[in-house]
Design a protein around this ligand. Structure first.
Ligand SMILES: C[S@@+](CC[C@H](N)C(=O)[O-])C[C@H]1O[C@@H](n2cnc3c(N)ncnc32)[C@H](O)[C@@H]1O
Ligand code: SF4
Length: 399
C-alpha cells in the first residue's frame, strides 16, 4: 500500500504496533521565562539564575535511580519536555544524554525530541542541542497571528515563530510545532486558513490542541467571571472537524486525538505512551510507568523544583509515588490511551490484562450508535464521531 492510499485508514504508521510499545525516557525541565495564562503544566518562573550544573547532577542521580527500578532496558526514544527545555544550556542537555546512555542501552539514531519556545531561540543554542544528540524539535508556535499570540500571553510574535521554524528545519532532521485552536471568537474560516498556512511551514508533524480552560489558571478565573468566552460545543466540534478535513486533505491525518503526521513521521515517544509502553519519568513533576518482574508501577516525582533538587541530593530520587497498578487499573489505562489512537485499542492485550472481554452490551451500543468501530477481530477504535466525545466513550467502556 502506498502512503497516499493509506491516508485516513490509520494503517500507515511507520512503527506498526507489533506488540512492543518501546521504552521511553522523559526528562522534565520545570522552568519558563513567563507563565502562560492557560497553562497548568509543572512550569515555574524564577527571577534568579538557575544553577544548571546542580540540576544536571541531580538528573544524573535520578536517572541512575530509575535504572535501578527498571532494570536493563533498550531505550527507544528520549523526550526533553517542560516547561521550556530550550532554556537549558546545551551542556545541560549533553549531561542528561550522557546520563541516559550510561544507564540504559541507547541505540544510535533513536528519536530524541526537545520542546522549544520560539522566544528562546538562538541558532547557536539549537546547534548545541543538535550536537548534544537532539534530532527532533517540537516548537510551541501556538498561533500564526500576533493578536492571538498576545491573548495567549506568549513572549514571541509571528516573525519570531517563523524564524524559529526556519532555523529548526535547517538544523534538525525532524521537527514539529504546536498550535492551540478553539480560541475565543475563532471562526472555522479563520482557523482553516491559519491551519493551511501552518501546513505550508510544517515538515511532517503537527500537534493541534483545542484550548482547554484548566482549573487554577488565570484563564479559568476569567472564564468563570464571564470575561473569557470560548467556542461552545457545536463550534468546537466544527473547528475539530475542519482540523481533521484540512489535515487529511494535506496528507497529515491525525494518528492521535491532537497529533498529526505524514505517514511514517509519527512521534515514536508519544506512541509509546499511547500504546501503554514503559517510560522512565525524570525531573520535577515527571510521571513514569515501569514494569519489573511482571509488575507495573506508576511513578511520580516532587513537583516543586527546589524541593525535588533537595530530595535527589539527599536520597538520589525525588519520588513521591511508586504504586503498583493492579490488572484492572492497567486495563483502564490501556483503554484510555488506546482509544486516543487512530490505530485503536489492542483488544487481545486488553483481554489479557483484564482477564475478561469488554462489556458486550456497552460495546454493541457504542458500535451501533457510530461511536466505535472494529478493525478486524483484534482492534477497536473511535470513529470521528466517537473522538468528539472520547471521554464519555472511555467512561462507558471502562471497568
Ligand atoms: C507543556 S507545553 C511545552 C511547550 C513550550 N513550553 C511552549 O509552550 O511553547 C506543550 C504544549 O501544550 C499545549 N498546551 C498547554 N496548555 C494548554 C491548554 N490549556 N490548552 C491547549 N493546549 C495547551 C501548548 O500547545 C504547548 O505547546
Ligand atoms: S511556555 Fe509552555 S510550559 Fe511554559 S507556561 Fe507557557 S505553555 Fe506552559
Amino acid at each position: 500500500m502506498n502512503a497516499r492510499s493509506a491516508i485516513g485508514t490509520g494503517e500507515a504508521i511507520t512503527f506498526p504496533d507489533q506488540g512492543d510499545p518501546g521504552f521511553g525516557v522523559y526528562v522534565h525541565w520545570p522552568f519558563c521565562a513567563a507563565k502562560c495564562p492557560y497553562c497548568d503544566f509543572n512550569s515555574h518562573v524564577r527571577h534568579q539564575a538557575i544553577d544548571q550544573p546542580r540540576f544536571a547532577e541531580a538528573f544524573r542521580r535520578e536517572v541512575a535511580h530509575m535504572r535501578g527500578l527498571s532494570g536493563p532496558r533498550t531505550v527507544t526514544s528520549i523526550f526533553l519536555g517542560g516547561g521550556t527545555p530550550s532554556l537549558m544550556d546545551p551542556a545541560t542537555v549533553g549531561a542528561i544524554m550522557d546520563a541516559v546512555a550510561g544507564a540504559w542501552h541507547v541505540p544510535d539514531g533513536i528519536e530524541v525530541t526537545m520542546e522549544a519556545n520560539p522566544s528562546s531561540v538562538e541558532a547557536e543554542r539549537f546547534r548545541g542541542y543538535r550536537a548534544a544528540g537532539v534530532n527532533r524539535l517540537s516548537l510551541g508556535v501556538q498561533a500564526l497571528n500576533d493578536r492571538d499570540l498576545k491573548f495567549l500571553g506568549r513572549l514571541h510574535d509571528v516573525a519570531d515563530a517563523l524564524k524559529a521554524i526556519r532555523l529548526a528545519r535547517e538544523i534538525f532532521p525532524r521537527m514539529s510545532f504546536d498550535l492551540i485552536y478553539a480560541r475565543p471568537g475563532q471562526t472555522v474560516e479563520a482557523w482553516t486558513s491559519e491551519l493551511e498556512e501552518a501546513i505550508s511551514y510544517a515538515v511532517d508533524h503537527l500537534s493541534l490542541y483545542q484550548l482547554t480552560i484548566e482549573e487554577g489558571t488565570p484563564f479559568y478565573g476569567l472564564h468563570k467571571a464571564g470575561k473569557l468566552v470560548v467556542p461552545d460545543g457545536d463550534q468546537s466540534a466544527a473547528l475539530y472537524e475542519a482540523t481533521q478535513a484540512v489535515t487529511e486533505l494535506n496528507g497529515m491525518p491525525a494518528y492521535e486525538v491532537s497529533n498529526h503526521a505524514r505517514p511514517g513521521a509519527e512521534s515514536r515517544h508519544n506512541l509509546t505512551y499511547w500504546r501503554y509502553g514503559d517510560y522512565a519519568g525524570i525531573g520535577p513533576g515527571a510521571h513514569g510507568r515501569l514494569t519489573r518482574e511482571g509488575h507495573k508501577f506508576a511513578t511520580a516525582t516532587e513537583k516543586l523544583p527546589e524541593r525535588w533538587l533537595e530530595m535527589v541530593e539527599a536520597q538520589n530520587n525525588g519520588l513521591i509515588e511508586s504504586a503498583e497498578l493492579d490488572h484492572d487499573e492497567q486495563a483502564d489505562e490501556l483503554l484510555l490511551m488506546g482509544l486516543r489512537l487512530r490505530e485503536g485499542l489492542d483488544l487481545v492485550r486488553w483481554q489479557q490484562l483484564s482477564g475478561r472481554d469488554l462489556d458486550p452490551m456497552r460495546e454493541r451500543f457504542l458500535l451501533d450508535e457510530g461511536f466505535l468501530e472494529r478493525l478486524g477481530n483484534s482492534r477497536l477504535r473511535c470513529t470521528p464521531a466517537g473522538m468528539l466525545v472520547l471521554d464519555a466513550v472511555v467512561a462507558d467502556l471502562a471497568c
